[in-house]
Every structure is written in C-alpha cells, then in structure tokens.
Design a protein around this ligand. Structure first.
Ligand code: GLA
Length: 382
C-alpha cells in the first residue's frame, strides 16, 4: 500500500515515527470555470492521493524527499527562495503563507509520494498544498479551521507558485466525503453534499496525456475576459459584482457593446452556473440521465464558446457520447489537455475502456490512460 511504502521510507531515513497525512485529488462533475466568477461548482475528492509522512526535527533545517521522483530538497526554514526544481515550490508556498500569518513553522523532515497523475487535471498540486497545510497545522498547533486551510493553500498557489486558480481544487481536496459530491457556492463558500452512489454506473476518466499548463496565459486571459464582461454590465447595473449576478437576458440586452469573444465567454459562464443548479435538483430526484445531458452541454460550451478544449479532448468526448455506453461525458478542469470525465454504464465498463483506448490509438496514434475513480474522503490523518 502506498501509505505503507511512504511510512517505511520515512522510518528508514529518519529513524523515527511520522505523522501520516492523506490528501486527495479531485474530479468536478459540473461547474467549470465558474469558481473565479463567484459561481457554483460540483466537485468531489477521489481515491487518488498524496501521502505525506512528516515529523518536526527541532532545528531550522528541512528535508523533503519526493518518493516518486526519487528527488530530495533541503532548505532553511528562515531563508528559502523559489526553487528551479518546481515541485518544492508548492510546499515553500504553504510555509510562506503560515509565516505571513505570523504562525511559526519549525524545521521538519518529510517523505511524500502519491498516485495522482501529474498534469492530468486532477489537482495534484492542490492535494500537495493541502497535505502540507494540514500537516503543519497539526504539528505546530496553529488551530486553523478547514476553511482556513483551503484559503491558505489557494493563496500559496496564487502567490508563490504564481497560478491564479480559483478555490475549487483546494476546497474539494479538504472537504471531500465518501460517495458524495458537493455544491459549492464560490461567493459565500456555503456548500451542500449530495449522494453520488452510482450503483449502475462507474466514473471513468480518459486521460489525453496532453499536459495542460494552467500557468499558461490562456487561463488568465479567460479570467480577464470575464472581468471585461462584468465591467460592461456594471456601467448599467452597478449591483453586478461578478458574472454570478448576470442573466443571459441581460447579456443579450447589451450584446452590441461586447466584443464577440467576451460575449461568448460570459454567456458560457452564466449558462454553466444555471446548469450546476439544475444538476442539484436532478440529483435530488435521482435523474442521472438529465445530469449527463447537462454534462454534454457543458462540454459544447467549453469547446465552442469558452474555447478551452483541444483536439484530443473533443475527440474523446465525441467518441464517448456516440458510443452508447455512457450517459454523460465532458472535458474536466481548466482545459487544454488533462482528462474527460464519463458516467459509464456498469455493464459496458470494459467494453468502453477497450473502445476508447482502441480509437485513440487507431485514429490519433496516441496512447490513452483510463482511471476508474471512486469518491473518497478529503484531507486527513491516517
Ligand atoms: C483549474 C483551477 C480551478 C478552476 C478550474 C476550471 O482546475 O485550478 O480553480 O478554475 O480550473 O473550472
């Protein structure tokens, strides 16, 4: 087992017993690119995770061992800089946030590893940040609430790593619950759990293998386009603070003032928020097929209006939708690569995986990885 491997490596290296923390990756059922527009999302934590074995060492020296990368990084807790290696920055960013809040972090030893595929859009970075934020909070008695851990981890990503992500990924990693998705209001941060026991279906992710780069300018451009849209509407309706407050009718009324891209971005976001709320009602009624139909609409919107898809994602979406083996499919996450998420009929599961893998190979000459995921609990001690 993964946690056993990490624990053993820690004990063999540091000759003491660690605190063991698990922090999961996430899926998002629906509500894409809505979090930074103060809208609604519906994520869940999954059975792919980061495991962190960690212990204080009572000096200023910190040793980080990245088990899967077979790499190591040492630094002084009182003076550190952004690392060119990349991966230590997620942890350094978390330390910086504690220090910014005047919370003392002392030296520690750590081994971490995991099975969240990197760059697949399953938020391995959020899982890593939340694993460390949780561990420090526990080891150094800083009494942060779950929500404070989420916000601190998001700030680490925004400020130190330099990716202007919304709050969804960190929130999902920390607040996940077994067999439940939740609807998060990204303005008030209220959330509500919904049962997602899929007796007749399985959730399957199809990984394009195309590495998405969120730091890429496109993510930030989309944020800006949404802000531009809000600024136009605000001239007439000062009460509109974000796209969350706008309706398609209102957007239509001022259509002429919008450049075509900005108009389509805003339309997508407004409609996506409505779809998430509809999906909540559908889940209450047990209408999974209606839910799946909305997933198709989300994909179409992300691909044609928001324009964050790519050839491989569109290919996997079309293949799945036309296969007769799924009731819902769409690209998931920030876009430009990563995975599609599919609700697959349980009796067609193997057939579906074979069909998709074969088509990806035959038609695009690419190797497809697939993951059958389960919905699991959020960040916590093992
Ligand atoms: C990435 C970001 C999230 C969210 C999604 C798109 O995963 O980290 O905050 O914006 O993209 O829904």
């Amino acid at each position: 087992m993964l946690s056993e491997k990490i624990r053993k490596k820690f004990e063999a290296t540091f000759d003491k017993k660690p605190l063991l923390v698990r922090s999961p990756g996430r899926i998002n059922m629906i509500g894409e690119h809505t979090d930074y527009n103060e809208g609604f999302v519906m994520p869940a934590a999954i059975d792919k995770e980061i495991i962190c074995a960690i212990s204080p060492n009572y000096n200023n020296k910190c040793t980080l061992i990245a088990y899967d990368l077979d790499d190591e990084y040492e630094f002084d807790i009182t003076k550190y800089e952004k690392s060119e290696k990349g991966w230590p920055n997620y942890i350094l960013g978390v330390i910086e946030q504690f220090q910014k809040r005047d919370m003392e972090i002392r030296g520690f030893d750590c081994v971490f590893g995991g099975d969240i595929p990197l760059g697949a859009g399953l938020s391995s970075s959020a899982a890593l940040e939340c694993a460390f934020a949780y561990s420090f909070n526990h080891m150094f008695d800083t009494s942060l609430s779950k929500l404070e851990i989420v916000k601190l981890a998001q700030a680490a990503e925004n400020e130190f790593v330099g990716v202007k992500c919304g709050i969804m990924d960190q929130f999902a990693s920390v607040h996940g619950k077994q067999d439940k998705v939740f609807r998060l209001d990204c303005r008030s941060l209220d959330y509500e759990y919904y049962n997602m026991v899929l007796s007749d279906y399985r959730l399957v992710l199809c990984d394009t293998g195309v590495k998405h780069s969120l730091a890429s300018s496109e993510y930030n451009t989309r944020r800006q386009e949404c802000e531009t849209g809000v600024a136009i509407l605000q001239q007439y309706h000062p009460e509109i603070k974000s796209l969350r407050d706008a309706s398609v009718e209102l957007l239509e009324k001022y259509h002429d003032e919008f450049d075509d891209n900005v108009y389509r971005r805003c339309k997508y976001v407004i409609e996506e928020n409505d779809r998430v709320l509809e999906c909540c009602d559908m889940l209450k009624k047990g209408d999974l097929e209606g839910f799946g139909e909305n997933m198709y609409k989300t994909h179409e919107g992300l691909s044609k209006e928001y324009e964050v898809s790519c050839r491989e994602l569109d290919f996997l979406y079309e293949k799945a939708r036309n296969s007769g083996m799924v009731i819902g499919a769409r690209m998931m996450g920030g876009g430009f690569g990563g995975c599609t998420i599919n609700i697959v009929k349980i009796e067609r599961l193997d057939e579906f995986i074979g069909h998709m893998t074969g088509a990806y190979e035959d038609e695009l000459g690419l190797e497809l990885k697939t993951y059958i995921v389960k919905i699991e609990n959020g960040t916590g001690k093992i």
